[in-house]
Design a binder for this molecule. Sequence first.
Ligand code: GDP
Ligand code: IMO
Ligand code: MG
Length: 455
Amino acid sequence: SGSDITGYGVTDMAMPLLETKRSRNDVGNKVTVVLGAQWGDEGKGKVVDLLATEADVVCRCQGGNNAGHTVVVDGKEYDFHLLPSGIINPKSISLIGNGVVIHLPGLFEEGDKNEKKGLKGWEKRLIVSDRAHLVFDFYQIVDSLQETERQAQEGKNIGTTKKGIGPAYSSKASRTGLRVCDLLGDFKDFSNRFKNIVQQYQSMYPSLTVDVEDQLKKLKEYAERLRPMVRDGVYYMYEALHGPPKKVLVEGANAALLDIDFGTYPFVTSSNCTVGGACTGLGIPPLNIGDVFGVAKAYTTRVGIGAFPTEQLNVIGELLQTRGHEVGVTTGRKRRCGWLDLVIVRYAHMINGFTAIALTKLDILDVLDEIKVGVAYKLNGKRIPHFPANMDVLHKVEVEYETFPGWKTDTSAARKWNDLPAKAQNYIRFIENHIGVPIKWVGVGKSRECMIQMF
Ligand code: GDP
Ligand code: IMO
Ligand code: MG
């Protein structure tokens, strides 16, 4: 351990300073980004786990514990919410970037829970950016109160995860938020600012009660457990990108259609879940972005409220829900299910510029007689080239489908392209051509080995 060079007791900062790289030809290491291309739960955790076996650093750049990422290794199922799925790899470092909002009780509960399942030494492998904002317990209560208010005022809510994500990002944007560096700094100052935010929210929601002293006592304890993990995230990433060759992986949370700017607003989350979020959420230049992998299910699901043009409110939807075990990892809610919507995946590609796609859960379609794919939206009988911003319009679109014969064969044991039935190959090739991005992986089961790598 070294001396405190942050002013709030964080030691061990990497030293000495690296020379600043100035040449555009010497951009340093590239990071690989994994992003959801639909409404979430596409299987990002599984794809990250696959890539993390070779990664040196695995980062989260946005979202909070609204995310729920499942990883199945050696028959054991782990679910991660705030921890990057790469935490499972004992050889890699996990980093929670400045763009993430952190609920400290949630973070430690998650680590401890997974430790009981066999995850070892996670606290030693975790780095937390000092610029990340905090999610307080009472933000979760406010999240619920806001949902109740939406229901009362508009007759519908968003169906949030009630993890306090909206209030945390709202406080961040309104510049009253508190960050990890504040928690580790002067605690008196932190306490005063904490009390001010509580007061602000209480004036908006008079029914909100907060035991301020109890909260502060707990936060102080969490601060000490957190302190050894905290670093200047920008400098940490700078070193990782400009030191010796390193493999850096970024795990997106939530997904393109839940993005605060590009998603189905207002039925979205409160952060940028598209590729820009990797830069702003970690403090890395766009030139350091390498491969951008989009993860898409072979069908579509959505949790919560909002337009869903290919939704199947019938036996098909029910079959996908039960066969696919489509239940939210974070909230336990049943996921809404429908046919693969290539309009949304192409839209996600316009924003993210995917270099390849991971198509997951193909095996769930094994029993279907025929399979449909949404290929275009029509408005008043005419195809539209864009994805509508206005939710009333999106509710009105008519989906144009392409129909494929089902392969009616168990694909769960397939490990290479040639093991797949011709009809499944046909389905995959059609998707690839329609999006215009190569499919690099096809998922045929939950566990690590149930992934066909195409190239
Ligand atoms: P994430 O939020 O994108 O990481 O995805 P979730 O973990 O919320 O949901 C994906 C679910 O599908 C998890 O239960 C995974 O174990 C499971 N899964 C992922 N890929 C496949 C696949 O190819 N086949 C099957 N049957 N299940 C998969
Ligand atoms: P992963 O990373 C699916 C949805 C919620 C709700 C909306 C807003 O596992 O793919 P929030 O709590 O963020 O304010 O809720 O966004 N949502 C997700 N749906 N997967 C997720 O994450 C989600 N994160 C948020 O259901 O509709
Ligand atoms: Mg999930």
